[in-house]
Design a binder for this molecule. Structure first.
Ligand SMILES: Nc1ncnc2c1ncn2[C@@H]1O[C@H](COP(=O)(O)OP(=O)(O)OP(=O)(O)O)[C@@H](O)[C@H]1O
Ligand SMILES: [Mg+2]
Length: 239
């Protein structure tokens, strides 16, 4: 499904990602963990094809196609979607409209209510709310996650879906990721929560722009939690 080979990303003369190789199998969940500033979001933007994130070397294959040089919109059309760590707000657009335009075909209120229920937002209270500044950060984050389910992606990249979400609601995120998988998506999740890493089929630990460990989620999570503080790989890989 997703096959990344040897990606290096340089921004403003700084090497942000170094020789990253990573695969996510069809219908699999792959979790990425790593300390703040290690390059997790940069990897997500590189896979999504955001402007300024063209790797200086390496390739990204998606669904058997080399997408390394495709634009963000071409990748979105191919079935890749990204739930942003800090989702944007859209003044003047209701939750109902926002979720409707995320869906490719016709959608009715029942379909929208179903995805809102997944993120524990009551349709009665939220359908007509603006996706603007009156939504709290956690509510906006939940709407963003609901929008990813609406899109029926082939690959969903979730950048810290747990950030800004209260601790007792982590199970909602776990359920949402499982629903994405049941509906046929492959999921790449960036997270700091071991409850989420544990539902992965595989996981990787990023440190200072490099994948330093890849394999079973429990092993990666254990290594990250017990051995990665303070980070042993200090910033020696600058160019
Ligand atoms: N344009 C840029 N110029 C220089 N450094 C940059 C640029 N963009 C990002 N960085 C740096 O790249 C590193 C990786 O940032 P990134 O946002 O990918 O980290 P992250 O792992 O997602 O962190 P967090 O857990 O805080 O979300 C950081 O040290 C950041 O300061
Ligand atoms: Mg980040």
């Amino acid at each position: 499904m997703l096959d990344i080979q040897g990606i290096t990303l340089i921004r403003d003369d700084k090497e942000i990602l170094h020789d990253i190789s990573l695969s996510v199998g069809d219908g699999n969940i792959h979790c990425i963990v790593g300390p703040n500033g290690s390059g997790k979001s940069s990897l997500a933007y590189t896979i999504m094809g955001c402007s300024g994130y063209l790797p200086s070397s390496g390739t990204i294959d998606f669904n058997g196609q080399d997408v390394t040089h495709l634009s963000l919109s071409q990748r979105a059309k191919a079935g890749i979607t990204l739930a942003w760590q800090e989702p944007a707000r859209f003044e003047g657009l209701s939750v109902k409209d926002y979720l409707s335009i995320c869906h490719k075909g016709e959608v009715d209120d029942t379909g929208i209510a179903r995805v809102l229920a997944l993120v524990n937002l009551s349709p009665k209270r939220y359908l007509e709310r603006e996706v603007g500044e009156t939504l709290s950060g956690g509510e906006r984050k939940r709407v963003e996650l609901a929008s990813v389910v609406m899109m029926r992606p082939k690959l969903a990249i979730l950048d810290e879906p747990d950030s800004g979400i209260d601790v007792i609601s982590i199970q909602d995120i776990v359920t949402l990721i499982q629903v994405l998988k049941e509906e046929g998506a492959s999921v790449l999740v960036i997270t700091h929560r071991s409850e989420i890493v544990n539902i992965g089929d595989s996981a990787s630990l990023i440190c200072d722009g490099r994948i330093i460990l890849s394999g079973s989620p429990s092993r990666v999570s254990e290594h990250y939690l017990e051995r990665c503080r303070p980070c042993e790989v200090e910033t020696v890989h600058r160019i």
